[in-house]
Ligand binder design. Structure first.
Ligand SMILES: Nc1ncnc2c1ncn2[C@@H]1O[C@H](COP(=O)(O)OP(=O)(O)OP(=O)(O)O)[C@@H](O)[C@H]1O
Length: 292
């Protein structure tokens, strides 16, 4: 995979000896451009994610993203259709070819509901949540964490089957931090790679002796569930107002009142998910203090 590529004049590209026509731009992420392309042989649509790698580290990160897609063959994790690296003017660009998911991201679905003054029925929320949990579990079972779970990183198939995507921040779920320097490295990495309003508390101020694990994803999962229930993330407003998210995540999450359309059980679930991770985080801090 990733051996050959040519860019032809009629707006087509070749990856692994297969030709694809450029159709249109799809979206832009923080690290990439995403275009819609069509396979000449199979007539299928694909999303071509292009990541500009500024240095060797950037290239390695893109390579890791490719490997993470390859590692999983799961109904709730986006697969890989092909990839290549191209070199241009001393810089390299990673081209990651992914199956195109027409309905788009969970976030775009939530935005449309909000614009219509509508909401997501609880049954639908639970179905999507179950799929997300299943994809996350597959990652955690193999010793990896997603680290950037959020509604823009979940694609929805027409039947609402969620697909976890943007695997560029994934790494081994257990990170043992030994000393201030390592703590700063993890904290700086999290500041770049884990979206602030879905970032777990332990990644804001990384302790100098601690273990970071896959509970960071469970925190983000709680935020995603909250977004499905209230059509905005629990810390979106805090961030938009310019207040400190790092501070806000230390306190219990607030449920908008009056709490429309969701049962007390569902609101309790979001609070529980987050309090589990927050208390685990506080307990691990106490262990750190004790062991010093
Ligand atoms: N396979 C796909 N099918 C449909 N749309 C896609 C696909 N892949 C990406 N997109 C669209 O492109 C957007 C950006 O993709 P992606 O999140 O992978 O980029 P990114 O640069 O890593 O973004 P960020 O780091 O800002 O989350 C997605 O939110 C989605 O709207």
């Amino acid at each position: 995979m990733g051996q050959t590529l040519c860019i032809c004049s009629r707006g087509s590209i070749t990856i692994d000896n297969k030709r694809y026509y450029f159709i249109q731009k799809l979206d832009e992420g923080g690290f990439s451009y995403v275009d819609l392309v069509e396979g000449v042989q199979d007539g299928r649509f694909y999303a071509l994610k292009r990541i500009l790698c500024h240095d060797r580290e950037g290239r390695q990160e893109a390579q890791t993203e490719v490997e993470m897609h390859r590692l999983f063959s799961h109904p709730n994790i986006l697969g890989l259709a092909g990839h290549t690296f191209i070199e241009r003017g001393g810089k390299s660009e990673a081209w990651i070819l992914l199956p195109y998911v027409q309905k788009g991201s969970l976030w775009s679905v939530l935005e449309k509901l909000r614009d219509k003054g509508s909401f997501m029925p609880e049954r639908r929320i639970l179905k999507v949540l179950q799929g997300i949990c299943s994809g996350l579990k597959a990652m955690h079972d193999r010793g990896y964490a997603h680290r950037d779970l959020k509604p823009t990183n979940v694609l929805l198939e027409v039947d609402d089957r969620p697909l976890l995507m943007d695997l560029g921040s994934m790494n081994r779920s257990r990170m043992e931090v030994k000393g201030t320097r390592e703590a700063m490295t993890v904290q700086d990495w999290a500041a770049q790679r884990c979206t602030i309003s879905y970032r777990a508390p332990e990644l804001f101020n990384v302790e100098s002796h601690c273990v970071i694990d896959d509970r960071t994803d469970i925190w983000s999962l709680g935020c995603v569930l909250y977004s499905m229930m209230f059509l905005e993330g629990p810390y979106d407003m805090v961030f938009q107002k310019g207040d400190s998210v790092a501070l806000a995540v230390q306190n219990p999450v607030t449920i908008p009142q009056p709490c429309r359309s969701v049962s007390p059980l569902a609101s309790q679930l979001v609070v529980t998910l987050q309090s589990i991770t927050l208390s685990a985080f506080k307990a691990s801090r106490l262990e750190c203090i004790d062991s010093k």
